[in-house]
Design a protein around this ligand. Structure first.
Ligand code: IPD
Length: 323
């Protein structure tokens, strides 16, 4: 019910605020985290680009301990406990809190401000509550299904002008995406190949995307699209904790999210090439910002969203992360 969702949202907000000071201290290496050995970025699975710090562990443990106390029956999925247990995570229909204690740890380690705490709740495998706190930017994003999305209590999307541009092609879009931490040659060639094709002028067969921005984190990326600062976000490889909260914020801001499973082969007839709704456990995501309807044309905003996603997916290359 709406009241239950409100209560879960309030809990998520409280928890994000509670761990905010530890996040900020760790970011600037003060107080509890001033000891460099405490703070040292360790790499996961021998990959220096994929790191974890004492702050990630501290925040996840703190949030999980509180959630266990408040909702003993709820399930918990967290980035660091999943990595440490090596057992993966179990997906059920039960209420499941999905937490990334520090999204964009690589940014965190380099004092680059696009990093934050992500707390999502899925029920029946559908994300219904999302809180992303970007403490260094001082932005708290909150949303629950049917209740709207907000940044620091301002309703999203921030751009509300009726004259808001309605992009009709990639050449009028800004895309946020990530190079990611999978640094195998094959993956990098594929990702950078997609970026090249997206940015190349149409006369050379590209999409002539207006600009590409890489913030270093799925959470800041999704908040930028929810706010209206970028039209699109596309990434193959992030995990459920990177975007469970962000998709609620994005959807509640009037945006749309699609699954990488919408990648189509050329054998599929053009009129059947429809982006599929997002399955949050699939490690592929395309998000598009709110686009208002054109005057006198109800439904045209949704149609433009689909059109842009379709254009994007025709250019980028799928990277398969199915286990
Ligand atoms: C990172 C991000 C990003 C992805 C990186 C991840 P983390 O999350 O969310 O989307 O490209 O590969 O590492 O691991 O810093 O929480």
């Amino acid at each position: 019910s709406a009241d239950e969702l409100k209560e879960y949202l309030a809990t998520a907000i409280e928890l994000a605020k509670e761990v905010g000071p530890a996040f900020k201290d760790g970011f600037w290496r003060k107080g509890r985290f001033s000891n460099t050995s405490d703070f040292a970025a360790e790499d996961k699975l021998g990959n220096e680009a994929d790191c974890v710090t004492a702050v990630d562990r501290y925040i996840e443990k703190t949030i999980f301990a509180r959630l266990r106390q408040i909702y003993p029956d709820h399930k918990l999925v967290g980035e660091e406990s999943t990595a440490e247990s090596g057992n993966g995570y179990v997906i059920t229909d039960d209420p499941t809190w999905i937490v990334d204690p520090v999204d964009g740890t690589n940014n965190f380690v380099h004092h680059f401000p696009y990093t934050g705490i992500s707390i999502g709740l899925a029920i029946g495998k559908e994300p219904v509550v999302g809180v992303i706190y970007l403490p260094i930017l001082d932005e708290l994003y909150t949303a629950a299904r049917g209740l709207g999305a907000f940044v620091n209590d301002q309703k999203l999307p921030l751009i509300q002008s009726p004259a808001l541009t309605s992009p009709t092609s990639l050449s009028q879009c800004a895309l946020v995406s990530e190079h990611g931490s999978d640094r195998s040659l094959k993956t990098m060639q594929s990702r950078l190949g997609s970026f090249t094709r997206l940015l190349t002028d149409k006369q050379y067969g590209g999409g002539c995307l207006q600009n590409l921005r890489i913030t270093g984190g799925a959470c800041p990326d999704l908040t930028l699209v929810a706010k209206g600062s970028a039209e699109l976000y596309w990434e193959c490889g992030p995990h459920v904790w990177d975007f469970a909260a962000g998709v609620v914020i994005l959807l509640e801001s009037g945006g749309a999210v699609f699954d990488g499973a919408g990648w189509w082969g050329t054998d599929i007839p053009e009129d059947e090439r429809v982006p599929k709704p997002l399955n949050i456990w699939n490690r592929k995501i395309v998000a598009v910002r709110y686009i208002p309807d054109l005057p006198g044309n109800p439904g045209s905003g949704r149609e433009l969203q689909r059109q842009l996603v379709k254009e994007l997916l025709e250019i980028v290359e799928d990277i398969d992360y199915t286990p």
